[in-house]
Every structure is written in structure tokens, then in C-alpha cells.
Ligand binder design. Structure first.
Ligand SMILES: [Cu+2]
Length: 175
């Protein structure tokens, strides 16, 4: 009889856990497009208990390091140089950069490194954003985007680490 009681308690916990998960997205993904609008990669964001894990993979980009940020609007318009993605998530004037004593901004993440074959990949973890809930939620009403820049982010220059123009963009969607 004790065994049956224990099983009931365990199931009770399981249903409470899945009920909470229903209110908050556990993962999101983005198709990344280039300046011509062609799909060149994919990004995923997984919500963990204490932060989010990011993974980005692209093909057909110029070799070298490229600035990569979370931008505050879920719009990618290649014809407009992806300007409609707006600024960084949680932008604070003067606070851009992972190495900035005033920073970083919540949308700041490490560069992506693209090899000679045009393929780039990166994984990073940040506690400065969430998928849902809180001040810097990626899946908020106006959404958010991954933006890849022309040049490397030096992690300290204002306002975007000297990363230059926007060469790729991906709109984050739940799931
Ligand atoms: Cu950016």
C-alpha cells in the first residue's frame, strides 16, 4: 500500500511541473536569412533554470569573427539593412559590450566565428535575458531577433563594438 501512495505523490509533482511549463516557453528558434533574404542558418534558445542557452549555426557567410547580438524587435527586412530589428535587447546608452565596466547590455553575447568554408557556429549562455517573463524577455509582445554583423564586436566600443552593418537576421519564435 505504501508503494501506491508514493506513486500518487510522484505523479502529483509531475503534473504541477508540466502545468508551470505551460506558462513559459522552454525553447525558441529562428531561421536566419542573409541580406538577399535567403535562409543561411538557424538559431535556438533553450530556457534553463538559471539562464538561457543559445546555439547558432550559419553557412555562406564571410570568414572571420562577426558580432552577434539579440535585437529588440522581431522583424527582419533585408531591403532595409535589417534596421527594423532596432537596437539591442535592454539597450542602455553607453553600456554596450561584454568587457564594458558599465555593461553589458542584456542583448550582448559573444561573436560567432565563421571558418574558411563559410560555416560558423557558436554556443553561449546568458542570465541577462529570458524567453518569457521579466524585463528582458525575448518572446515579448514585439519579439526579438538574432542579428549578425559585418565585423567582429570588440566588446567595448559604443554603441555596437565597431561591428558595422547587419548581414544576417533571424526572428525568434516559440518552439
Ligand atoms: Cu547588433
Amino acid at each position: 500500500m505504501f508503494r501506491i501512495a508514493a506513486l500518487t505523490v510522484a505523479m502529483g509533482f509531475a503534473s504541477v511541473t508540466s502545468g508551470q511549463a505551460g506558462h513559459h516557453a522552454k525553447s525558441a528558434s529562428a531561421e536566419i536569412i542573409n541580406a538577399q533574404g535567403a535562409v543561411i542558418g538557424e538559431a535556438t534558445v533553450k530556457q534553463g533554470p538559471n539562464g538561457v542557452l543559445l546555439h547558432v549555426r550559419v553557412t555562406d557567410l564571410p570568414p572571420g569573427k562577426h558580432g552577434l547580438h539579440l535585437h529588440s524587435h522581431g522583424v527582419c527586412e533585408p531591403g532595409e539593412g535589417f534596421k527594423t530589428a532596432k537596437g539591442h535587447v535592454g539597450k542602455v546608452e553607453g553600456a554596450h559590450g561584454l568587457m564594458n565596466p558599465e555593461g553589458p547590455e542584456p542583448g550582448d553575447i559573444p561573436n560567432i566565428y565563421v571558418g574558411a568554408d563559410g560555416i560558423g557556429e557558436m554556443e553561449a549562455f546568458t542570465t541577462l535575458v529570458t524567453l518569457e517573463g521579466g524585463d528582458n524577455a525575448l518572446l515579448d509582445a514585439d519579439g526579438s531577433t538574432f542579428i549578425i554583423h559585418e565585423k567582429a564586436d570588440d566588446h567595448i566600443s559604443q554603441p555596437i563594438g565597431g561591428a558595422g552593418g547587419r548581414i544576417a537576421c533571424g526572428i525568434l519564435k516559440a518552439g
